[in-house]
Structures are given as C-alpha cells and as structure tokens.
Design a protein around this ligand. Structure first.
Ligand code: PMP
Length: 304
C-alpha cells in the first residue's frame, strides 16, 4: 500500500504517496485513539461522484466529538480535501480513507498536549469481497468474539481502536474457512459484521438490529430509505441468530461491502442458499443510486 504513485492529502497539503509517513511514536499507533471514515466514489454519466460525502464527513466529526478529539480543520476544508483526493489521483471510482490521529509529542495515556493530524487517502478498490460475493453471496460464521459493549467502547464512533474487535472476528472466520464474521452483542443478540450492518428478510418484511452496539451505517440508512420507497416494511428490533438461520434472505451493507448477500450462516443455508430476490432488487437499486442512475437520489452524490 505504501509504495505506489499518487497523492495523499496530509494536514492541508497534497503529499506524494510515498512521503505521507509519520513517526513511530505517533500516539494513535500505540493506543488506537483516532477516527476515520470509509467513503466511496463512483463513475457516473456526469463524472466521478462521491456517495453521501456530507454524511460521512458529519460522522467523522461526530466520531471525533465522541472521543473528545478536536479536529483542526472545519467541515468545508475536509469536504474539499476529499474531493481533491479523488480528483488529483485521477480516480474514476475509488475508496477514500479520511483519518484523524494524534501526533508524537508525548507518550502515555494523556492526549492533552498532542497535535491532531488529518489525512485523506484515495485509491481504486473494487468489490470488497469480490464480484462473486455480490452475485452469489457469502458464507458467514457467528463469531466467538462479542461486539463491543456500549460502555466499554463507543460504538457510534468510527474509531481506530474499535477495529481490533473487527479484525479478531474477521481473522477467526476466515481461518475457519468462512468469508465474514457475524458478531453478537454481549447479550447474545445479532449486532453486525466486522465492517457491515446486517439485514434479514422474512415473509417480505425486512428486519435489522437496532443500533445499540452497531455502527450507524450510512449504507444501512440508504437501504432503509430505498426499501421504504419500494413499500417494504422495515422493522428495527433485537434479532437472534436462529432468526437469521430461518430468514428467507439476509445481506450485509457497508460502504466497502455495498450490498452483499449472505447465503449461509453457521453452515445453514439462508433461504435458497443464494442471493434472494428482494436482496437483488435492493442491491440493484443501490448500484443505480451510487452510479447516478436514479434521478430522485442525485442529492446523495457530490461531483468531484
Ligand atoms: N459496521 C461497522 C463495524 C463498520 O466498520 C462499517 C463500515 N463503515 C459499517 C457497519 C457500515 O457502515 P457504512 O455503511 O457507513 O460504511
């Protein structure tokens, strides 16, 4: 990743990719106290457009607020930085990673005297779990790792350190031969994937866990809106793993994962064991929206 051409926005300047380095005593590297976003840009008829840029930027600021981290740039600057990261890397489509982190002025738990830095990197990134996953779905395993408890980690913050939990869960699932992990909350109810929110469908009704211990996903919000427009009833509630086993369809949502069907959980086929019809309808609409083919949702796109 580090050795490639391109530019990274780093504290207000575009820096050559290979020079966008930082000191080994950087506080965030040691303790994980930082915030980030994952944002995608897509090719549209009118040019490259970033999907829900304002919402991702708002969430970045919310995450920083939750952690008590003061960002040294305002929203307008970071909106522009993100557009520039796509534009100046000549990306027709791609993934973007804004991140705020503490500097290396001091070691120890206190972040009081530290500088705060912001980067925005952007690069080409196709389907997160591959094209086959988008078409046929993935095999998922319930994780032995519980999702963060709400009073241990701040689940609504997209915080760097939170992702140790995701990495442990994902690593375990992949080592056991699955594509992704499903994490339960500390009470045993379905929370989310390692980097995705989850939906299940039964008898034409769509269910998704409430957001107690899950990230407030922007793709989740998008799919809820699209499904509502199609006339589906969306029910937010506590979901058990056996409700997932007996669902007609299930899928994950995330900026990276987009809308990825789940064809199996814990070796039980979900529905027919492939992408279900409602999942396909929502997925196809999602791709229309992000690619600017849905005029009524054009407000979600920001041309770069
Ligand atoms: N949950 C977790 C833990 C995530 O990391 C992500 C990816 N940001 C999501 C859910 C989905 O969020 P979004 O749709 O905003 O990308």
């Amino acid at each position: 990743m580090a050795d490639r051409d391109g530019l990274i926005w780093y504290d207000g300047k575009m820096v050559p990719w290979r020079d966008a380095t930082t000191h080994v005593l950087t506080h965030t590297l040691h303790y994980g106290m930082g915030v980030f976003e994952g944002v995608r840009a897509y090719k549209t008829d009118k040019g490259t457009a970033i999907f829900r840029l304002q919402d991702h930027t708002d969430r970045l600021f919310r995450s920083a607020h939750i952690l008590g981290m003061k960002l040294p740039y305002d929203k307008a600057t970071l909106l522009e930085a993100q557009k520039a990261a796509i534009r100046e890397n000549n990306l027709e489509s791609g993934y973007m990673r804004p991140m705020a982190f503490y500097g290396a002025e001091a070691m120890g738990i206190s972040a009081k005297t530290l500088s705060t830095h912001v980067i925005v990197a952007a690069w080409k990134w196709g389907a997160y779990m591959g094209d086959d996953a988008i078409k046929h779905g993935i095999r998922v395993k319930t994780s032995s790792f519980a999702r963060h408890h709400v009073n241990i980690h701040m689940c609504k913050a997209k915080a760097n350190g939170n992702y140790m939990n995701s990495i442990l869960a994902h690593q375990e699932a992949v080592q056991d031969g699955y594509d992704e992990a499903l994490l339960l909350d500390v009470d045993g109810f379905v929370a989310e994937g390692s980097g995705e929110n989850i939906f299940i469908i039964r008898n034409n009704k769509i269910y998704t866990p409430d957001l107690t211990s899950a990230l407030e996903g922007i793709t989740r919000d998008t799919v809820v809106q699209l499904a509502t427009e199609f006339g589906y009833q969306i029910i937010e509630k506590r979901i058990t793993r056996d409700e997932v086993y007996s669902a007609d369809e299930a899928f994950f949502t995330g900026t990276a994962a987009e809308v990825t069907p789940i064809r199996e959980l814990d070796n039980r086929a979900i529905g027919t064991g492939t992408r279900g019809p409602i999942t396909e309808k929502l997925q196809s609409k999602y791709f229309d929206v992000v690619h600017g083919r849905s005029p009524e949702h054009i407000d979600w796109l920001t041309l770069v």
